[in-house]
Design a protein around this ligand. Structure first.
Ligand code: FAD
Length: 563
């Protein structure tokens, strides 16, 4: 036991910090729990901020989930806002605090310290008096943005959003929702870089359909007094610039105190969220996570992990304080599961993408499919595109990406659960998932992905990827389109021969031995490839069919244009 009345100090009063604080109170009624937050607010809904800018969340108060007063009343927490921790003395177990209202410094002793300092946005240098540059991370930020937007008619505003990741996309969508003209400027050749290019292509189209001017491949931008200057010297005028070019773990306090940082840049912690100083814990965006795929240190800045790890750190502290052996189980490795809604489009992913697997030199198998989210005969079925990445040696799932509309959220979560549980890709075919026509299909998209994975694992399926096709055709392969003539006429892969699936059995003799077949989404192509292989051809199926190939072409075109 540390003392009869242990004192636990928490730095940062939002997701990770407040989860730790309230869990600690549920476990330790007789502890002093102090939360030090440099901002004006604690426990606010940062994930909801963009939707307040867009007017979807109308009531600002809805963003403020708790106040220091409500937390004192229910949990007897000593919450101090506008209080910044400026130094940690791990030897003496004290932190130096600065009252930002008065500018005075003081000290606060702790038995245990939890760092939940979050992530820091990059600083943008802008000429004084010029176009305002804002982040979208705090209540103060949204107050600034809404005040700026209100200071002149909407039609006179032009927002430039820097960055095309989660917050950039959400900012752009919500500015459009308010009627503001938006230019989005991004360094890379696609939006949302965790997606592979063929999966990200529809996102760019949705942005443009919704009136967002997207400029890709702009690595070298400067904020000027009237807007933003692109690398080639082109000026984009703006009345407001929202800088959403990503964040890094806010580790300055920890680093100054000599705590070890991980290779990823986050605060290094063990599986119980202990830093290199055993009485100091770190959780949330500031802390390094362990990656599920290769066990390396990773930065994953998502709310679910921050909340979960805050709770778990509290459990470990409570066990130490009360001298119980029942320490919380070690943290599960991070998967990086994430989802974004962008207008009526949804993109989600988990684990590694193909780009990362290739860069790491890891063997992988790729499956694309385009199932409907519920029975296609039932009204309003929507299609999604699923990409599954699999370790060919173990059949383990390495990652997944899903884009589309309805039902994307459910499928990414099922795959995340499967990865967490260590299921193989083939085992997805065995999952017994709830089905009625308005919710799914008797063979759910997840089951279909598992069936395809099993076909690959057992050698029944041989596929060619969209980006391998040009080389295969250049090397003399014959590409056979097994769709209908109408489908072929509506859009065909250059060089393909039309031979509809239902004629293949009788006419396969017209074809050479080595073939790549394709259909619209890969399903008829699989049937064709199976038939042709049994009839003596060496046939492979274009994975994901015409739709994946076409998305890949659009992504390649965007990359060429942005280079
Ligand atoms: P935070 O919640 O950022 O809290 C850190 C706090 O520490 C801050 O309030 C900061 O002021 C305070 N602090 C830092 N240093 C000090 C110091 N020295 N002294 C005192 N106080 C200090 N995640 C999702 O999973 N899904 C989403 O849809 C999603 N949407 C998001 C939308 C936006 C606009 C933003 C900004 C984030 C979003 N996130 C989302 C990310 C998610 O909010 C973070 O992963 C999560 O809040 C991290 O929790 P945290 O406790 O580590 O840090």
């Amino acid at each position: 036991m540390t003392s009869t009345r242990p004192r636990i100090v928490i730095v940062g009063g939002v997701a990770g910090g407040m989860s730790a604080a309230t869990r600690l109170r549920r476990l330790l009624e007789h502890a002093d729990i102090v939360i030090l937050e440099r901002g004006d607010y604690v426990s606010f809904a940062n994930c909801g901020l963009p939707y307040y800018v867009g007017g979807l969340i109308e009531d600002r108060a809805a963003l403020l989930l708790q106040t220091p007063q409500s937390l004192a009343a229910r949990f007897a927490l000593d919450v101090r806002t506008r209080t910044e921790v400026v130094a940690i003395d791990a030897e003496r177990q004290v932190v130096t605090i600065r009252n930002l209202a008065t500018g005075t410094d003081g000290e606060e002793a702790y038995d245990y310290l939890v760092l939940a300092t979050g992530a820091a946005a990059r600083e943008t240098t802008a000429p004084p008096g010029g176009v305002p540059v804002v982040n979208l991370r705090t209540i103060d930020d949204v107050d600034t943005i809404t005040a700026l937007l209100d200071n002149r008619p909407t039609s006179e505003h032009h927002a430039v959003v820097l960055g095309g990741g989660f917050i950039g996309l959400e900012a752009a969508e919500n500015l459009r929702r308010r009627g503001v003209a938006v230019t989005m400027i991004r360094r890379g050749s696609q939006l949302l870089s965790p997606l592979d290019p063929e999966m990200a292509a529809p996102l760019l189209e949705h942005a443009r359909w919704n009136g967002i001017d997207v400029q890709l491949g702009e690595a070298d931008i400067t904020v000027t007094s009237t807007g933003v200057r692109l690398g080639a010297g082109q000026d984009v005028d703006a009345t407001i610039v929202v800088d959403a070019r990503g964040v890094t773990p806010d580790t300055s306090l920890a680093a100054d105190a000599g705590l070890r940082l991980g290779a990823s840049g986050g605060i290094a912690v063990d599986a119980h969220h202990r830093t290199s100083q055993p009485r100091i814990f770190a959780v949330g965006d500031a802390a390094e996570k362990t990656d599920l795929i290769d066990g390396s240190g990773a930065v994953v800045t998502m709310a679910g992990l921050a909340n979960r790890h805050g709770r778990a750190a509290a459990d470990t502290i409570a066990a130490a304080v009360t001298d119980t052996a029942s320490v919380a189980p070690p943290a599960a490795p991070a998967l990086g599961t994430a989802i974004i809604g962008f207008f009526d489009f949804t993109a989600a992913f988990v684990g590694w993408n193909e780009r990362r697997l290739r860069a790491a030199g890891r063997q992988h198998r790729v499956i694309h499919l385009h199932p409907a989210h519920h029975a296609s005969y039932y009204p309003a079925a929507e299609h999604m595109a699923i990409k599954l990445l699999i370790d060919p040696a173990t059949d383990r799932i390495l990652g997944a990406q899903i884009v589309g509309g309805a039902g994307v959220d459910k499928r990414i979560d099922v795959i995340a659960v499967a990865m967490h549980a260590g299921l193989t890709a083939s085992a997805l075919g065995e999952l017994e998932l709830a089905y009625a026509p308005q919710y799914g299909t008797a063979k759910d998209p997840i089951n279909l992905a598992g069936n395809i994975a099993e076909n690959h694992a057992t050698g029944l399926d041989h596929s060619t990827q969209w980006h391998e096709l040009d080389d295969a055709l250049a090397a003399g392969a014959t590409l056979v389109d097994v769709r209908s003539a109408a489908e072929h006429d509506a859009g065909a892969i250059p060089g393909s021969i039309l031979l509809p699936l239902d004629e293949l059995r009788d006419r396969h003799g017209e074809l050479p031995a080595d073939l790549i077949v394709h259909c619209q989404v890969g399903q008829r192509g699989h049937i064709a490839a199976r038939l042709l292989r049994q009839l003596g051809h060496r046939a492979s199926n274009l994975d994901g069919g015409y739709l994946t190939w076409a998305a890949g072409q659009r992504a390649s075109d965007a990359a060429v244009l942005s280079s």
